[in-house]
Design a protein. Structure first.
Length: 360
């Protein structure tokens, strides 16, 4: 538990996932007071930090102080986001996630440019949802902008995806949930790429968006779907980015066992299992080989321009998966960093510039 606390405090001090808007002086005592990562105890410890900030936000709102209202609602949102981390897989964590969404959407009216919550009709199978939820923002002063569809992985949902840097570059953003997490209408599976039919159809239906200039960015486990969609939906894309995602070797038992003791704070296999309709780490080990993009034959199909980004010392997913992508199919772009998972450094700026050039 001491190692877990150390990792969490390090992330909190640098405002790294999941501590996006939290205040270190408030979060540190809550982290230090943890006795375990018991899901209900975890949810309770961090949810308790939110109400004071929500109250300040409401008072600022009533006084017409929009900027303070925005900041305080985002802090309240993030404490509840931490409370549901890494997945809303218990009653307390699920309640925390719904509360985080409530606070997020109270902050959203003060975003500049504004945020639009959209429902994209999804034609799924029996038992699946009817729509994919997206958070759409458009850059100021740009008529019919290019759109970057952005999603995270097993623990980072649409509310956590960064949009402002893309908007400043003149690109529209549509943040969604990958299959199996948050509000996604279907679980992760061998054919979960069906989700993106709804996304691309929605973009094409909007006269204010340019459906001929669409890019995608998937982070962490979401990078798996970015790579797959770049192949399965190549004709609907101008560019795709896999930042830190798995492809083949990450689904081997030996890697999954090893990664449980890597940089991911806790419950990596269990959280992945949750996103793919499984309940335990053991079930994840048994199921995950079916997801190999190599074994599925995906990597030899036509592919949209694809940028692969990661840190060479990633302990969540092996850098070998990135090299594998470069060895198969259409030539791809890559940018690797000396760090760990996702690469860090100036990776976001590199990704946005690469996308901007291809979506021009």
């Amino acid at each position: 538990m001491d190692e877990v606390k150390k990792e969490l405090l390090g992330r909190a001090k640098e405002n790294r996932n999941p501590f996006l808007f939290t205040i270190y002086e408030e979060i540190a005592p809550a982290v230090s007071g943890l006795k375990s990562v018991d899901r209900e105890g975890w949810a309770s410890a961090f949810t308790a930090l939110a109400p004071a900030h929500a109250e300040r936000a409401a008072k600022a709102e009533a006084a017409g102080d929009k900027e303070t209202a925005r900041k305080e609602y985002l802090i309240a949102y993030d404490y509840c986001h931490v409370a549901r981390y890494p997945a809303p897989n218990s009653p307390g964590k699920l309640a925390a996630y719904r509360k985080s969404q409530e606070y997020y959407h109270k902050a959203a009216p003060y975003f500049d440019p504004p945020l639009e919550r959209v429902e994209m009709p999804f034609k799924g199978r029996a038992g699946e949802g009817k729509a994919s939820i997206g958070l759409l923002r458009k850059p100021k002063g740009v008529t019919k902008p290019a759109v970057v569809v952005i999603w995270g992985g097993i623990d980072a949902f649409k509310e956590e995806r960064p949009s402002d840097p893309y908007l400043k570059a003149g690109l529209g953003t549509l943040c969604i949930d990958m299959p199996g997490v948050a509000d996604a209408p279907l679980a992760g599976s061998e054919d979960g790429e069906r989700l993106w039919d709804a996304v691309f159809d929605f973009i094409a239906s909007r006269a204010d968006l340019d459906a001929h200039r669409v890019g995608i960015v998937g982070g962490s486990t979401g990078g798996y779907w970015a790579t797959k969609v770049a192949h399965t939906h190549a004709s609907r894309l101008k560019a795709a980015v896999n930042q830190g995602g798995p492809a083949h070797f990450a689904f081997k038992k030996d890697w999954i066992v090893k990664a449980q003791c890597g940089e991911y704070p806790f419950e990596l296999a269990e959280t992945a299992a949750c996103a793919f309709g499984r309940s335990t780490g053991e079930e994840w080990i048994e199921y995950s080989p079916k997801l190999s993009l190599l074994d599925q034959g995906v990597l030899e199909r036509p592919c949209a321009p694809l940028l692969c980004v990661n840190g060479v010392n990633d302990t969540v997913f092996p850098i070998a998966d990135m090299y594998l992508l470069l060895e198969h199919g259409k030539p791809k772009s890559s940018r690797f960093y000396p760090g760990g998972h996702m690469g860090g450094g100036n990776s976001q700026a590199v990704i946005i510039q690469w996308l901007k050039e291809r979506l021009a």
